[in-house]
Design a protein. Structure first.
Length: 133
């Protein structure tokens, strides 16, 4: 359930955007660290990334969203939840190889970037429409 703020003022929307920006900047790097050089380290990396994404999702659910931003907020939660699920599946490489194999095909960097870019474009358009810049 998304918490919706009663206030849809310009200041509330700007505060919301600043918070979302900060959350997004704290996100995990979807590019592998060059120091990850073993299957165990890789599995741990995937697990830690999934855990970090879950923390981001939890924060997103705790935010009171300006009413006019609810649909974009839902898109952000769905995006990060999908990524968390993929990384959890990748982390299961040793215990569930089939799950890993299926997830590996979903983790296409260009698809992740394309989906996130679409959300960013929607946010940019909303900023222009609401004259928040």
């Amino acid at each position: 359930n998304i918490l919706v703020n009663d206030d849809n003022s310009k200041n509330t929307q700007i505060a919301y955007l600043l918070l979302i920006k900060r959350i997004a900047e704290s996100g995990p790097d979807f590019l592998l660290n060059e120091n990850v050089d073993s299957a165990t380290a890789l599995t741990e990396y995937f697990s830690q990334t999934a855990d970090h994404l879950q923390k981001m999702i939890t924060i997103l659910y705790a935010i009171k969203v300006p009413p006019s931003w609810k649909s974009i907020h839902v898109s952000l939660i769905e995006f990060f939840t999908k990524q968390k699920n993929v990384f959890q599946s990748l982390a299961a490489a040793e215990t569930d190889p089939l799950r890993f194999y299926i997830a590996a095909y979903k983790l296409l960097p260009q698809e992740i970037e394309k989906e996130f870019t679409a959300i960013q474009d929607e946010i940019s358009q909303k900023i222009q429409n609401e004259k928040l810049n």
